[in-house]
Each structure stands twice: as C-alpha cells, then as structure tokens.
Design a protein around this ligand. Sequence first.
Ligand code: ADP
Length: 716
Amino acid sequence: MNNVFQVNILLVDDRPENLLALEAILDSPDYRLVRAHSAEEALKCLLTDDFAVILLDVQMPGLNGFETAMLIKKRERSKYIPIIFLTAISKEDQYVFKGYSVGAVDYMFKPFHPDLLRSKVAVFADLYKKNQALLREREARAGVEAGHRYLSFLVDLSTLLASTLDYQATLEGVARFAVPRFADDCIIDMLEGESLRRAVVASADPARKEFIRTLQERYPPKPEAPYGAAKVLRTGVPEHYREVTDSLLKGLGHDDAFLKIVKQWGVKSAVVVPIAVRGRTLGTMTLLSAESGRVYSDEDLAITHELARRAAFAIDHARLYREAQEEIAERKRAEAALKESEARFRLMADEIQKKEDELRLITNALPVLISYVDAEQRYRFNNKAYEAWFGHLTDEVRGKTVREVLGEAAYKAIQPFIEAALKGERMSFERWVPYKEGGERYVSAAFIPHIGREEKVEGYIALFTDLTERKWAEEALKRKSIEAEEASRIKSEFVSNVSHELRTPLNAILGYTHLLLDDTYGPLKGDQKVPLQGVLRNAEDLVNLVNGVLDLSKIESGKLSVILEEVDLVSVVQDILSGMKPLFREKSLQVRLNKAKELPAIQSDREKIRQIVVNLLSNALKFTIEGEITITLRSLPERDGIEVGIKDTGIGIQQEELPKIFNAFHQVDATSTREFGGVGLGLAIVKELTGLLKGEIRVESNYGKGSTFTLFLPCR
Ligand code: ADP
C-alpha cells in the first residue's frame, strides 16, 4: 500500500537475484521499493508513479540502461528523477561519462558497499521528501491566496446583492460585477412566460453593448438551439465553451451573415450558467471573453455558477420582498376598505335607526290601531293606539304568537284573515268585537300582507279603526230619518186633506159672490158691488193658494203620476198665450213667440208642461211693468230635447237670490207691503214638476232689466 510517509524507489535489473539483493540492502519503512525486471517495465511504472530515485542496471537485454535513461529524461513527468546507474562490468571512464551524459547523478560498481548505497539513496530520498514538502507548502499558499480571492469575491458579491431588493437593479448589479472582472460581455436573459427576455447586457466597451442589442433584435435566440442560453434553460446545466468555434456558432441555427458578424465581434471563450432557485430555472447568464483573450477554465465556470446561484437567490429575495410589499399594501388597502365599509355601515345603521324612530313616531301619532306581525305570527310592533285599545304593549308581547296573546277563542275568530294575509291576500272586515273593558265595540279591520324581497310574505300589518261612535251616530240618524219621513208623510196627508176640505167652502163663497154680483138676488146698490168684488178677489187668491199647496203636497207625497203622451209644444204654448191675451193687453205688454221651423213632438205629460209654462208666464207677466215677453222654442238634437225660453223685461232678480227662488214659500221681497201678489209656491211647483218630467229648469237675470227662465224637456 502506498504510504504517504514512504518514498518510492524504482529498482531496475533483469536479474531477480540482483533485485533481491538491492531490496535486502535498502529495506526500510521509509521506502517503497518498486521492482522492474526490464526497461519496458520500468518505463511503465514511471507513467503512473513518482519516484525519489531510480537504481538502473546498465546491462540489460533489450533496452540497456543508457537508452532507458534517455527515454526517462525525455518525458516531462519523469525528467527530474535522479538516476543511479549500477554496473558490474562497464567500469571504464567512457561508460561512466556516457552515464553522466544521459543524466545520471551517480555511477556505482558492483559489488557495492551496502552502507554507501544506503547513504546515497537516503540523500535522494531526503531530497525528494524536502522537495515534496516545499511543493505542498507552495500549493497550500496558492490555495490560501485563491481562497482569499474567492472570499473577497463572495463578500463583494454579497454586499452588492444585499444593497438592493429591486429585481432589475439586482440583475444589472450582477452584470456590472461580472464585467470586466470575469468577462468582456455579460448577457442576462430571464424567462418571461414561455420565452426568454434579454434583461441586461453589460460590456466593457459601450459600442459592443449596442452591437449585442442589435444582434439580438436581428437574431432572436431560437428556443430549440442545441447550444447556448436556450439549451441551459432547457437542461438547467451550465455550458462551458473553452473555445468558441465556427461549428459552435453555426449550431445556433442562424445564417452566414450572423456567423460573419459574430466573428467580427471576436468572441473567444464563453460560459452559460443557469439562474436557478429551488429547482426552477429563471433565466441564464452568459459570460463572453473577447478582446481580453481570456479562456474560461473549470474554476471560472464554478465561480460563474456561484455568481448566478447567488444572483438567483437575490432575485428570489427581491421577488419575495416585492410580493411581501404588495401583500402588505394589499392588506393595508383591505383594512382601509374594511374601515370605510364599517363607517358606511355605521352610518347606514344610524340612518335606519333614525328612519325607524321616525316611523314609530308617525305610527304612534296615528289614531289608527297598527300592529305588525311576522310570518311566524309573532308580534313585532304595536303602535300606541293599538297598545291602548287592546292593552298589548309592544315590549310585553314582542316575540309572542298571536294565538298565545289573544287566547284560543279570539284567535280562532281572526285566524282565517291572518292565514290569508300570510298567503299574500289583503283581507278586511267590519264587525262588533268584544272589548277589554267589557261589552262590544264596532271595528273595521284590514290585514295587509308585507311582501318583502323576491315576493316572499314576511308578515302582515293589521289596521283597526274603532267605528263604534260613528256606527251609533249612523244608527241614530237612520232612526231619525225614518221618523222624519213618517212625520213628513203625515204632514203632507194632513195638508192635502185640509186643502181639499178648504176648497169646498171656498167654491161656495165664490159661487154665491158671483151670483150676488150678477144681481141674481136682486139689484145691488152702486157702492155695494165694490166690497163684494174685494171678497171675490180674495177668495180667488185663497183658491189659488189652496190649489198650490195641494199640488205641492201631492207631488211631495209621491202621489202624482206622469201620464205620457205625444205633446206638440207649439200648440200647448199658443193655447196658453191665447188664454192670457187679455191680461197682457191689460198691461200693454208685447208678447212674441220665436219657434224653430221643425220642432219634434215629444213624449211627455201635457198637463204638467202646461202648468210649468203657465207658472213661468204668470211670473213674467206679474214682474214686468213695461216692455215685452219673448217665448223661444228650439230643438236641442245633441241632447235629444227641446228648450223653452221665457224672457221678460221686468224687475229682475239679484244674483244672491237666484239659488233660493225655487224654494217653497220663498219670495225675494216678502214684506206685507210688497207690490206683487203670490204666495211663493209657483217656482217650487215648477221645479218639482220639471224633475218629474226628467227635465231641467235654470234662470239668468239682470237685476232691474229682466229675467230669462229656460226649461229643458227631453224628447223621451
Ligand atoms: P210668487 O207666488 O211669489 O210669484 P214664485 O215661486 O212664483 O212665487 O216666485 C218666487 C219669487 O221669485 C217671486 O216672489 C219673485 O220675487 C221672484 N220671481 C219669480 N219670477 C220672477 C220674474 N220673472 N221676475 C222677477 N222676479 C221673479
């Protein structure tokens, strides 16, 4: 086994006994003795191991010692190994010189003195050991120095990466860090979605930076390219191009122009490393050497890989930081929104409370009894009037069911209304209901469903109005009007009877007075006729009054019936006028009749029309001192009737009197000294009769100038 404390010593001799002898002399724990039986075997050993010294036999079949030494000295690996020639025969000086000339350090003759051999070998072994120690020390020093450089690189990089949490700034920092320390150009491509985005280009020469940009635009990297960033992105494994060759550039899959341009650029060596974190490749970093002539070594690749690894961490940190910041901002926004909505909600709640208070205030001020009951038939709100009437205070019954509160019997009475209302129907009733203080009261009730969202019935509002007083008043009124009707009927009957009974004696008075004035009972003296004529006039007035009262009471008692026949109004009016002619002539009044050419005959009651027209003409005659009376007859086809206008130039009627003159016994001037006769029944009879004939009577008057009464009669 190879022992680190042992030095290798190569023994070369074709005779095994000689080798054995050498071994015996040199046997020591400090040495590892390697035997070679021929020159070929020795050369083979020298390919794999280092030796402190070679003991080389000169006379050997095949290659002799000198030839072997020459080959040893030719080889880089073995040229400094000291060779001691051993020989039994070639003692001549020329051999000795030959030996030295091919690089021997010593020449020993057999049989040699063991101590001498041992001491010579020991010198070379020691020399070798010292040399080795020196080499190790130098290596160690170089290692420490490299370690220092690496450490300072890491410190610088860490400082750089810690200085920013911004993604782009981090990438730019890394690129600046790499150029010109490790590269002439540094390109960072980051994965965005599916494709690579050129994130940063840094160059020692600004012109080249621009050049790289244009190149990228003209030749965007192909994702399927077998080399470069695209490949690293696919595999996640670094690529190392000690030498950037033509075939490599061709492999990127662009045209010859591309090849030419890149050659001008003069890229010599390149490394491409993945920027990966947590097993995910985020992008690639490419370092290129051009004018600096740097050739990337394995160590460079390792450093670049480390650089990219740290950059990836920093980017990941930046991303996490950005996400955290966004999350914080988002949380702050959400908190603010929550606060705002809380405030809005509070405002709304206040508003609702205010509205509810207002509603309560209004409903409490209403005299109507109001109760709101929910879909489970539980009381929710009773207004003050309800509370007072039923004695069910909101605070005491809220949440209790109607059945619980009213008791089974009272609930049964209104159950159908409640159930219908909760099905969405509007219900109402009026009836006597038991009152809490005893007895019964008359109420009207309405059950109005409360239809909420999505047409769902959420409850009902019961409205009650206590109509007891009104009911009583109505009933009293009904009783009174029945009594009044009865009294009126009795009165009319009485008046009718009395009038009738008055007519008989009055007619006797009239008859006898006429006979007396006609001298039937002997001639009367001249002045005896005057008072008798007064008796006659008064008696006639009395007959008129009695007839009027009789007519009116007949009409009022409903005993007067309408007898329909075909009536020719013109002839009726002409007939009346001819009868009254002497009276007009007596007062020197002009009478004119205007009639339309074609007047239809009407279906009506001739006698009643006659009485109406006579009454109106009598008034016109009575209240006109001078001038004329005009009667106009015209057809009103649009109303299917005929109009009779009676216009006088008499005293006229004041406006405020107009509505009253159709009342029975009403006279505009009712003093005892009034100038005109009459009892105030004429127009009352006119109005009643017109009503019976389904006609209309109206009056217009110009006080002091005259009046016009207009009668409308329907054709049918
Ligand atoms: P009277 O028997 O008093 O005429 P009426 O009922 O016929 O009673 O008329 C009522 C009152 O209407 C009359 O007293 C009179 O004051 C007034 N009146 C009726 N017709 C006329 C008229 N054509 N011109 C003026 N006043 C009239």
